[in-house]
Design a protein around this ligand. Sequence first.
Ligand SMILES: Nc1ncnc2c1ncn2[C@@H]1O[C@H](COP(=O)(O)OP(=O)(O)O)[C@@H](O)[C@H]1O
Ligand SMILES: [Mg+2]
Length: 152
Amino acid sequence: MSDRPKVVVAVGLPGSGKSSYFAKVGAHPVSSDALRLQLVDDETDQTINGRVFALVRHLVTQRLELRRPVTYVDATNLTRRERRTYIRIARQHACAVEALWFDVPLDVCKARNAARGRKVPAYAMDQMAARFVPPSVSEGFERVLKAAQSPL
Ligand SMILES: Nc1ncnc2c1ncn2[C@@H]1O[C@H](COP(=O)(O)OP(=O)(O)O)[C@@H](O)[C@H]1O
Ligand SMILES: [Mg+2]
């Protein structure tokens, strides 16, 4: 067993249950939606992603410098390009890095998303599903775990 701090990168479409999971386990993830809310009072605003993800990287780095045992990243992280930043930051700090995959069918994500007030338009969900690349060990994660989808 290793006692290195670790970064756990959530991977999943909007509505796949990422934020609910973190709330349920009592974690305090670095969340792109929470940062949108803090910056512009709107967690759906996609026009400030440069600032949002600069902050995500900064907060993850700060937590690793503080040697927090676990740092969760709550964002969709659908592509390798989006995920590789966290793999790099973890390695730079001699930390472990894993993916936590919320493997939920698109239809289920859409239904949950619609039920919470159409937060993300259906066409945007389709575009995201088309971009999605499953997380893998080959891109640099030490482990890829699937989040259990037990009912809330
Ligand atoms: N395991 C689950 N079973 C049933 N409903 C869920 C589950 N996880 C999340 N939900 C519901 O789905 C919606 C989206 O969940 P959320 O955690 O906000 O997803 P994400 O953060 O991935 O966008 C919420 O209304 C939530 O209550
Ligand atoms: Mg969320």
